[in-house]
Design a protein around this ligand. Structure first.
Ligand SMILES: Cc1ncc(COP(=O)(O)O)c(C=O)c1O
Length: 367
């Protein structure tokens, strides 16, 4: 079996199901469920079907302009998850390995297992900010790709120029490609000149940048994402991806017709999200106060926030105590932190609710 389909509910899910009233949900990462001004657009009629496996030309052009690359280097997918699955089909045979960051996006275990690919973790290093240390990468004869999430979920850390250069030389030596998930790239918490550009814009390494309307335009329900290919061999990679895309033809015509307008309208949505992220970061800092036994890890961007919490209780115990007090958070183990005790909260909830939850957090974590 590719997955353990027998996995049961964890204690947190059971406690949530047993509650009489809903908690304040600090796990919500769905922009359509967070009261944000998501542009409402009527999808165009598409009475006829003329499939273009990589995507309709106007949609490819709009995405290419957003990414700053040629339209011939873009492949549309229905989601970032689908983009990963197509890249694993492109790059890997069953049993091959890809390197995945820890802590990181919980879906990687499923996305790799479903393609019969082995996820080999590499630890991100925290010393006041998160680092990708190329000396932590454990390549084998079967390593085909390195996965990077920039900025990370949940770390919020962007890949830096020097880190990218070091991993590019390590990947080149091993003949492996870079897959860079950049879905949160438009949401920095501050400017930082050390940041690397989009991975597909460099020419020294086969690289694939992933993003999509879920985060860029706050429209996960429309199901449109993309792969931007760059570096040596990109044209051949796109030709092969086109064959994979032709096998599925999974992106609907109406969303492709709407893509240029949706991308053009992203500004007000992104500004509203940025204002909310800033308000909620400030609320957490204010709730913590000086000398607290828990801390808010400095974040460079993205929609989530890591809290380090006292080890006097396990991560799940903290999450259960918070749920009891009316706030739902993710325990750190959900994101595979290599060490320490952490909770992860989404910065997307409506600010008045978030501030109430932050006060409860501070009270429970002080206990
Ligand atoms: C790092 C990261 N990549 C991708 C996604 C999902 O993108 P999509 O909806 O396009 O599959 C998420 C969703 O939260 C995410 O956190």
């Amino acid at each position: 079996m590719r997955l353990d389909f027998t996995q049961g509910e964890n204690a947190l899910a059971r406690a949530l199901a047993a509650r009489q009233s809903p908690p304040i949900d600090l796990t919500v990462s769905n922009p359509t469920a967070a009261g944000l001004p998501v542009p409402s657009i009527r999808l165009p009629q598409a009475p006829s079907y003329e499939p273009h496996p990589r995507g309709l030309p106007a949609a490819l052009e709009a995405v290419a302009a957003y990414q700053g690359i040629q339209p011939g280097r873009v492949v549309l997918t229905a989601s970032t998850s689908e983009a990963y699955s197509w890249l694993f089909k492109l790059l890997c045979d069953a049993g091959d390995e890809v390197l995945v960051p820890e802590p990181s996006y919980p879906l990687f275990g499923y996305l790799t297992a479903l393609e019969c690919v082995t996820a080999v973790p590499y630890a991100l290093r925290w010393d006041g900010e998160w680092h990708l240390d190329a000396s932590n990468l454990r390549f084998s004869g079967r390593t085909r790709a390195l996965l990077v999430v920039s900025p990370g979920n949940p770390t919020g850390a962007y890949l830096k120029e020097d880190e990218r250069a070091a991993l590019a030389s390590a990947c080149r030596a091993q003949g492996c490609a870079l897959i860079s998930d950049e879905v949160f790239a438009d949401f920095p918490a501050f400017e930082d000149r050390r940041r690397a550009r989009s991975a597909a814009s460099y020419d020294d390494l086969p690289a694939f940048s992933l993003s999509g309307l879920s985060k860029v335009a706050g429209q996960p329900q429309l199901k449109l994402a993309w792969i931007a290919a760059g570096g040596p061999g990109a044209d051949e990679a796109v030709r092969r991806l086109e064959l994979i895309a032709d096998t599925y033809l999974s992106v609907s015509t109406p969303v492709q017709l709407a893509a240029p307008g949706l991308l053009a309208a992203r500004g007000p949505f992104q500004q509203a999200v940025q204002a909310r992220l800033a308000a909620n970061r400030a609320a957490l800092a204010a709730a913590r106060g000086p000398g607290a036994a828990w801390d808010v890890l400095r974040s460079e961007g993205g929609w989530s926030q890591i809290l380090s919490v006292p080890r006097s209780r396990g991560e799940e115990e903290w999450a259960l105590a918070l749920l009891e007090a009316g706030v739902l958070v993710h325990p750190g183990y959900f994101f595979d932190f290599p060490d320490g005790a952490h909770l992860v909260v989404s910065l997307l909830p409506e600010p008045a609710q978030f501030a109430r939850a932050a006060a409860i957090l501070a009270r429970v974590l002080a206990a």
